[in-house]
Design a protein around this ligand. Structure first.
Ligand SMILES: [Ca+2]
Ligand SMILES: [Ca+2]
Ligand SMILES: [Ca+2]
Length: 101
């Protein structure tokens, strides 16, 4: 979360932490920025644009983790890796409440 570019942009005084006040101001600014018709509320489309910006930072990291050979593409082999990890974790921990029932 701390690496998220949107989260970082909330840190108005650049001290590395986002206070509640900074987060509130940042969210208000984001809301205003994406309220493209200026009616004070976000429509589904306006929210979609906001959500895409907020989540962009989150999508990059799992991509980099999966792209084992770093060629900026995820092959079927690379995609299978997390499934193998999950299978292994399950055998360590016994039956999981979330997977494989
Ligand atoms: Ca700060
Ligand atoms: Ca609006
Ligand atoms: Ca790759």
């Amino acid at each position: 979360m701390a690496d998220n570019p949107v989260y970082k942009s909330f840190d108005a005084d650049r001290d590395g932490t986002v206070t509640t006040g900074e987060a509130e101001a940042g969210i208000t600014a984001l809301h205003a920025k994406y309220d493209t018709d200026g009616n004070g509320r976000l429509s589904a489309d306006e929210f979609k644009a906001l959500f895409a910006e907020v989540t962009r930072g989150f999508a990059e990291r799992p991509f980099a983790m999966l792209d084992a050979d770093g060629n900026k593409e995820i092959s079927a082999e690379e995609m299978r890796f997390p499934a193998q990890m999950m299978g292994r974790m399950q055998s360590w921990q016994g039956s999981s409440p979330f997977w494989g029932r």
